[in-house]
Design a protein around this ligand. Structure first.
Ligand SMILES: N[C@@H](CCC(=O)N[C@@H](CS)C(=O)NCC(=O)O)C(=O)O
Length: 214
């Protein structure tokens, strides 16, 4: 069976949500890498960067990088219509924003997870986190200004891009600020939060606890 090194409320969640929609069974190896050295060690065997998500296919092949995993899963299962296929006029913007969320936004969590990787001192860490949050908010605003959504970001069909944005926008600076900075995507992420096909999944893997929007 497909194995995923992942964690509740992490970047493995859009991948797991996609597998849930595709009805593909998978085994989770829980690894809260940003909190726990033992978890980082566990992941290191498959991903020397010690980050989740990391997938191990039944063949033994390993894949990391959330955006690439999502794009590949959607392409491998075209019948589920979770991405515009090659040749579709929406394909370029789809790939553009998948890469953007990964490189301009999600990658900044390497700093947030441990600000001392960048900060000059412990006292400097609130400033570093503040700057990272501002940058993330600016990047969401920049994306929001340039999209022309329908019910979902690319039009009227749910894609893995919606799952990706829905999950990553729950990380700091959290949803209330996202709603302020990304008004066009606000309704979309709320629609994905409320998708009945994912109700049990969210409850298990990224619950909407009191005050989750902050
Ligand atoms: N570029 C990677 C980023 C993955 C990532 O940042 N994962 C976080 C969890 S959400 C992690 O494992 N952080 C631990 C660390 O960087 O030490 C991807 O898109 O999959």
């Amino acid at each position: 069976m497909l194995k995923i090194f992942g964690a509740v409320g992490s970047g493995s969640i859009p991948v797991e949500a996609t597998l849930t929609l595709l009805n593909i069974p998978y085994e989770i190896i829980e690894a809260v890498t940003w909190q726990d050295e033992a978890a980082r060690k566990r992941v290191e065997a498959v991903n020397p960067l010690r980050q989740v998500p990391a997938l191990v296919f039944p063949s033994g092949e390993i894949m990391t990088e959330s955006a690439a995993i999502l794009i590949d899963l959607a392409d491998q299962h075209p019948e589920a219509r979770l991405a515009p296929p090659i040749g579709d006029p929406k394909r370029a913007q789809y790939l553009r924003w998948m890469a953007y969320v990964s490189s301009s936004i999600y990658s900044l969590f390497w700093i947030k997870g441990d600000p001392m990787r960048i900060a000059a001192s412990k006292e400097d860490t609130p400033r570093v986190i503040g700057r990272v949050h501002d940058r993330i908010a600016d990047c969401w605003a920049n994306m929001d200004r340039q999209i022309n959504p329908g019910r979902y970001i690319l039009g009227d069909e749910l894609s893995v891009l919606d799952l990706y944005v829905t999950v990553i926008s729950r990380f700091g600076p959290w949803r209330t600020r996202f709603y302020r900075t990304a008004p066009k995507m606000t309704e979309i992420v709320r629609r994905v939060d409320a998708d009945p096909r994912l109700k049990d999944f969210w409850a298990r893997r990224y619950p909407f606890e009191d005050g989750w929007e902050r």
